[in-house]
Design a protein around this ligand. Sequence first.
Ligand code: DX5
Ligand code: ZN
Length: 231
Amino acid sequence: MSNTPAIHPSILNADQAHLAEELARIESADGLHLDVMDNHFVPNMFAGPSFTQTVLEHTSLPVDAHLMIEDADRWAPQYAEMGCAVVTAHAEATRAPFVLVKELHRLGAQAGIALRPTTPLEVVEPLLGEIDMLLIMTVEPGFGGQSFVEPMLRKIAAARSMVSAQGLQLRIQIDGGVSLTTIERAAEAGADVFVAGSAVYKSQDAAQAISTLRRLAGAVSGEGRSTTGIA
Ligand code: DX5
Ligand code: ZN
């Protein structure tokens, strides 16, 4: 069974020249999704430690850092130290995930593991009991504004079954192409934390977009606003 749905806007495509105003637009969200990109793991560059620090100082939302960076074992812990509520590393970029997850927990953050669209779920199966969130990418990581990759619905459903089979209540986050037209199917498949970049920032009224997305996701799972710690 899924948890109460949570909406985490991604600020990747917010107007960076007006960061404070852009952060104020999403105050009603459940968390802030911060994409960190190193131009190696993905062909784009964004955020990094000092920008993350600035964001943390200007938002009251829990920050969920999505690290699209190589050598996560080395670079991820600093995001936990800074105060990000959740730190998510890609399975493809960590060599010692059990050690990393333990370290993130020791530093007071929740730990997530992310999978690119073609990385099989089996890679994370042994880790599910250790992590707080599984991120299933629903586009190739790197850019906002892409279309939802439909075959990922089966992967989400398979992940939810795998989580339930282990008797866990792990959150399953999806990221990429989440919109008013895709969120219900993703919620039905078993996702419960929804990253939304364009769907929130391209709308005139971000608060309205957040509440509509939340309602659509909740209509499927029969829940309202999230009450969980980060979400
Ligand atoms: C893409 C990022 C996403 C991105 C989502 O690699 O991880 O968080 O900002 O943007 P939308 O919602 O526009 O697909
Ligand atoms: Zn992301």
